[in-house]
Design a protein around this ligand. Structure first.
Ligand code: ZN
Length: 184
């Protein structure tokens, strides 16, 4: 469905008041060109930074409820997504964001969520996600309501620059894979 050749966009950085906007529902006509821009911007970010799995429209300055995710090789164009947690289980992780790529934030997410969104044909699709996919969805859903990961920091020790994070957590630990899978 997505056309080729759309240029990537600048990603808004934290401090830009637009990131605090509450996005509004999008029609399919509005959504399609934005999904193209989100896809190309995600790919460009990944080319330059070596990570990146999801982006919300507000991060390129478009206040529509649109999220583009690539997870385990599968693209998801999520229009007007609605999410609810499944059960009470949670887990803590170091999270980061395209909008502050050099900062990590320790926060808590639901283990499993159920997601529903509008497809390009006007139908409703659903999925249930756990673990890494679940926290990725929760991160992007926050953006639609003007919430960024720093708002969810567990306490004053929940902030870490990427440089310090790599020094402190990656060098000595075999569990680095678990700690870094939150890179969105
Ligand atoms: Zn983000």
């Amino acid at each position: 469905m997505l056309a080729l050749g759309v240029a990537h966009c600048r990603i808004l950085q934290i401090g830009d008041p637009l990131l605090r906007e509450i996005s509004r529902p999008a029609s399919e006509t509005e959504a399609e060109p934005v999904f193209c821009e989100l896809r190309d911007t995600l790919h460009e970010f990944r080319r330059t930074n070596g990570f990146g799995r999801g982006i919300s429209a507000i991060q390129i300055g478009v206040a529509l409820r649109l999220i583009y995710i690539e997870f385990e090789g599968q693209p998801y164009c999520l229009r007007n997504p609605v999410m609810e947690p499944v059960g009470d289980a949670t887990f803590d992780l170091w999270d980061d964001c395209f909008s502050f790529p050099n900062l990590l934030v320790r926060l808590r997410r639901s283990q499993t969520v159920r997601l529903q969104w509008d497809t390009e044909t006007g139908d409703t699709a659903t999925l249930e996600a756990s673990g890494a996919f679940s926290e990725l969805i929760q991160h992007e859903m926050d953006h639609l309501d003007g919430v960024v990961a720093v708002d969810r920091a567990l306490d004053r020790n929940s902030f870490c620059t990427r440089e310090e994070y790599e020094r402190r957590y990656l060098r000595h630990s075999i569990v680095s894979e678990t700690l870094t899978r939150s890179l969105v």
